[in-house]
Design a protein around this ligand. Structure first.
Ligand SMILES: [Zn+2]
Length: 230
């Protein structure tokens, strides 16, 4: 067998090189793959280290870091990674959720639709942009509406694959609301598909999570009618 020319492509994933896998997006688990020591370093140290490494990437690309427009970029990127776009990796940033008694005895589904999703694809570190639609049927307690948005945002602020994002939101809501009756639909554009690679700017990816009553055709249809009938 011909030897690979570059050492960069020799790490095997499921017996394939990164080049052979290409743009196939494989997710390995519904848990975000984090190491045990993920939070041994505090945010400030992470920012300092990422800044150093990002500067190196820019230097390798040949950019002049003494240029006024570029000199602050490593620091900006490092802060943005740790404090914003990947802040959902850290469980301490998980939104605190208060539940309220379902005083109105509202026993139909509640749908929170068109929740803005900004995430990043973990295979290319470029944005995933879309909408999430979430529904649940109360088992006696209800959640403040904006908390649903916050839960979506928390899991979106990680390097993600869309399937995992969808399941993580669904499982979290099931556990918080103590109900099986939860539905999540995510419809999103992946910039790794639209801005590079195949460069398809019209396709979007839809993923869903249905549990409890939403496994039944009728309930699911009702949910989808709220989501898609504008
Ligand atoms: Zn990607």
């Amino acid at each position: 067998m011909k030897q690979k020319e570059t050492s960069l492509n020799t790490r095997l994933i499921n017996g394939l090189t990164v080049e052979e896998i290409g743009d196939e997006h494989i997710g390995t688990s519904y848990e975000t793959p984090l190491r045990e020591d993920a939070f041994d370093l505090d945010d400030e140290l992470k920012i300092e280290l990422i800044q150093k490494h990002f500067k190196e990437i820019m230097q390798i690309l040949g950019l002049d870091l003494t240029d006024d427009s570029l000199s602050g970029t490593p620091e900006r990127v490092a802060k943005m990674y740790v404090k914003e776009v990947f802040s959902g990796l850290n469980p301490k940033n998980k939104p605190e959720v208060k539940l309220f008694d379902n005083k109105y005895d509202y026993n139909q589904m509640l749908v929170e639709k068109d929740i803005t999703v900004f995430s990043n694809c973990e295979h290319h570190f470029v944005p995933i942009i879309g909408k999430a639609h979430v529904a649940y049927i109360s088992s006696g307690q209800v959640i403040g509406l904006s908390k649903i948005n916050r839960i979506v945002q928390y899991f979106a602020k990680r390097p993600q694959v869309q399937e995992r994002l969808t399941v993580q939101i669904g499982n979290e809501l099931k556990s918080i609301l103590q109900t099986e009756d939860v539905a999540v639909l995510v419809d999103a554009e992946h910039l790794c598909v639209s801005s590079r690679g195949i460069q398809d700017t019209t396709s979007s990816t839809v993923t869903s999570f249905y549990s409890g009553k939403f496994d039944q055709d009728e309930t699911r249809k009702e949910f989808l009618s709220y989501v898609y009938n504008k």
